[in-house]
Design a protein around this ligand. Structure first.
Ligand SMILES: [Zn+2]
Length: 344
């Protein structure tokens, strides 16, 4: 980082106003701010996994090379490339405060990030790893709980118009009945993103592809179901429409590592699921039956729905469409119509 003497010297040497011109060109080219630099790129992605996963077009994964930026910008009309890189030392990364050197990642979140959130993220991650049952002691966790409580008071159960899909690994299929796809028995349920071990929930995907990737790409059978009871959903996908007042808070959570970090599903240690399990407990406790959330494994169009309440078992609240085998390259290899296969 520049000392204040170095900064004054550089500023004196500058015949124009480098910082002003730099930001003017950045703005006209990308219409966004700098999200991170070479120094903090890895940390940014670790804190905000969903920015990388969801915003294909908005977040430039490879970054902008500053030489290219110079050649394509109006800065080259007043500065030589050598001057450009000399005065570039005046620009600090707004995220980590280091001088920017080679690449920048221009990006704006499509919402306002909760102030001070990256600090909460660290504090809550620490709690999750040391004393997960005490998360609610954290002021931000308390705020989330009371937000969900007021959301629940203002939300009504809705009818889900689209079909949803539920996968089972081919290897564990015993029959082609809807019961195969329903809430699993307690004793086989391990910890998941939205459930504790031994407490079953029902994970559904918006498309067969979503299910397949959530299953970590193993060959599977997929059932198409239509939920035909109204259901109270905490919507983390279209929170702007569903829960406008708390759009910034909910999106901050969804884009962050608290809820969207990828977790390896092997072994007992799954700290990246602690906070999403906390959200699931809050949602259940304040009266939501399900949570709709973006997939961390497929593009931005697809989503998952996790049903928390066993009163929505598929057997009692859905109509089975069809059951089909799904493997990469061979979708629909064999198909079992709902009526014949499931006997409903
Ligand atoms: Zn940085």
């Amino acid at each position: 980082m520049l000392t204040s003497e170095e900064r004054s010297a550089l500023e004196e040497e500058d015949l124009y106003w480098f910082e002003e011109l730099f930001y003017r060109d950045l703005e006209s080219w990308f219409s966004s701010d700098i999200a991170c630099c070479d120094n903090c790129y890895d940390e940014f992605l670790e804190s905000w996994p969903h920015a990388y996963a969801a915003d294909d077009a908005a977040f430039q994964r490879s970054g902008i090379d500053l030489s290219c930026f110079y050649s394509g910008s109006r800065l080259q009309e007043v500065y030589t490339e050598e001057e450009f890189f000399r005065f570039l030392r005046l620009i600090e990364c707004p995220r980590c405060g280091e001088e920017i050197k080679y690449n920048i990642w221009p990006y704006n979140f499509p919402f306002d990030v909760v102030e001070g959130f990256e600090e909460y993220l660290i504090e809550i991650s620490n709690l999750s790893q040391k004393t997960p049952f005490l998360i609610l002691k954290h002021s931000f966790a308390k705020e989330i709980y009371s937000t969900l409580e007021s959301l629940s008071e203002s939300s009504e159960p809705i009818a889900l118009s689209n079909s949803l899909y539920r996968a089972r690994a081919s290897a564990s299929m015993k029959s082609y009945e809807i019961s195969e796809f329903d809430f699993p028995p307690d004793q086989v349920v391990s910890e998941g993103r939205y459930n504790h071990a031994g407490i079953p929930v029902l994970y559904l995907g918006s498309t067969p592809e979503t299910c397949f990737y959530e299953m970590r790409e193993v060959a599977c059978y997929i059932a198409e179901v239509k939920i035909n009871k109204v259901i109270k959903v905490l919507d983390l996908v279209d929170s702007y429409d569903a829960h406008e007042e708390h759009h910034d808070l909910l999106n901050t959570l969804v884009y962050s590592a608290l809820m969207s970090a990828k977790q390896d599903d092997t072994g007992w240690y799954r700290p990246k699921y602690v906070f999403s399990r906390f959200i699931s407990d809050c949602a259940k406790s304040v009266g939501f039956d399900a949570i709709r959330y973006p997939s961390t494994r497929v593009g931005s169009e697809s989503y998952n729905l996790v049903i928390l309440s066993q009163s929505f078992s598929l057997k009692h609240s859905s109509t089975l469409g069809k059951i089909f085998e799904y493997d990469l390259g061979t979708p629909n290899k064999s198909e079992h119509s709902g009526v014949d296969a499931a006997g409903v």
